[in-house]
Design a protein around this ligand. Sequence first.
Ligand SMILES: NC(=O)c1ccc[n+]([C@@H]2O[C@H](COP(=O)([O-])OP(=O)(O)OC[C@H]3O[C@@H](n4cnc5c(N)ncnc54)[C@H](O)[C@@H]3O)[C@@H](O)[C@H]2O)c1
Length: 412
Amino acid sequence: MSYDVAIIGCGRVGLPLALAFADRGLRTIGIETDPERLEAVRSRRMPFEEPGAEEILRRVDIDWSDRAADAAQADAIILTLGTPSFSHIEIDMRDIRSVLDDLLPVLRPGHLLVLRSTIAPRTTEFVAGYVEKHRGPEVGVFVAHVPERIAAGRFFEEIGTLPCIVGGVGEAAGAAAGELFEVLGAPIVQTSPVEAELAKIWTNILRYTMFALPNRLMMECEQYGANVFEVIDLINRDYPRGGMPLPGFTAGTCLRKDFTFSEERSPAPGMLLAVSRVNESIPLFIVDGLKTRLGSLNGRKVAVLGLAFKADTDDERDSLSHKLIRLLERELADVAVHDPHVPTPTQSFEDAILDADAVVIATNHSEFRRPSVLRAIADSARGDAVLADPWDCFGTQQVFARPAELVAGSAV
Ligand SMILES: NC(=O)c1ccc[n+]([C@@H]2O[C@H](COP(=O)([O-])OP(=O)(O)OC[C@H]3O[C@@H](n4cnc5c(N)ncnc54)[C@H](O)[C@@H]3O)[C@@H](O)[C@H]2O)c1
C-alpha cells in the first residue's frame, strides 16, 4: 500500500491534521502508539474534543498503525510528536529521536520529512544532519519545519486560513513541503528552518509574556488595595498605545514550555523564566487572597470551577488548576472540583458549590460566564463565602468578592 502522507503522533495536533489531509483527498496513514487513542480512532471515535473532527473521522478513510516504520509507505512523513521540556529548561526530544531511529532504515530518496511539532531553534537542521550522518549524503531525504499554529479547539476553523510557515532545509525541501501543505488552502510563507522555529516559539512567548503583565499587575493591585480591572480600563480606554490584556490562569501544554526552547540558550538568561514565575504564581496568589479574607483554610470547603487549561477545552494538561488544588490541599482545605469538559470525573456544579467557603473560577469556560452561575453560587455557598474570579467571568470586576454582595449590588 502506498500513501501520500503519514502522520506520526496522532494527538491533539496530529489527529486533526491527518483528518484534514484525508478530507482533502490525500491517501493518509496515521501512526500512534497509545493503544487507547488508536482504538478510539479505529472505531471512528475522537479521543478528545475538537469541533468538527468526529464528523470527518466518520466519513474519511485513514489507515492506522502503531509502527513508525509504516510511515515509509508514504511520500511525506509528518512528525507531530510531543516535545515537552525537561524541568531544567531543555527541550526533551526523546520521542522525536526514537521515531527518527525507527525511520532511519526505511527512509528513501525523495521522502519528505516534516517536523510539525514545536521545536528549539536549529532542531530541523539537527534532524537533517542526523539523517544524513546515519544514512550518508546520498539518502536524498527532504527535511522541513512546518510549525503547527492553530489553537486546539479551532483547528478546522483556522487550518485553511492561518498563513502556513514553511522552513525547508534547502529550497527543494521548502518547495516539497509547500506543495504538500498547499492542499489545506492557507497561504504558504517560505522561510529558513531557524526562522520558522523562532517564529513559532516567539508567537507563544509573546502571548505568555503579554498575559504575565496583567497577572503581575493583579498582584500589585492587591498589594495597594487597587482594582485591577479599573486600572486596566484606565490603561486601555481611548488610548492608542494601550492594549493590556485581562488577567487569568496562564499555562497549558504550549505556553508553559515553549519559552524554555528559547531560554535554554538565551544570551539574556532569566527574562523568560521571570515571565514564567509570574504566571506560575497566580494559584498561590489566589490561595493567599482567600486566606487574607477567610483566615485559615484548614477544613474549609473550596470549590474549584474548571480543570482545563483554557476555556471550552477538555485538555487539562499543564493546567494551573491542578497546582491550585495542590496548594489548597497543602492548606488542609477540603477541595471540591467541577469541570463540564474534562474526562477526569469531577463533582456536579451543584455539589461543588454547596456550602462552599470559597469558590475559585479557575477556567473561564462559557458554562461559567453566566449571571445564573453567580446567582447559584450566592444561593448555595455559605453566606460569607469568598469568590475568586480573576477572569471576571461575571463582569463584576472584582478578583475577590462576596457573591451575596455581588448579587445584591448588581442586576445579576
Ligand atoms: N496542542 C496544541 O494546541 C498545539 C498547538 C501547536 C503546536 N503544538 C505542538 O505540537 C506537538 C504535539 O502536541 P500535541 O498536543 O498534539 O501532543 P500529544 O501528546 O497530544 O500528541 C503526541 C502523540 O504522539 C504519540 N506518540 C508518542 N510516541 C510515539 C511514537 N513513537 N509513534 C507514534 N506516536 C507516538 C503520543 O501517544 C501522542 O498521542 C508539540 O510539539 C506541541 O508543542 C501543540
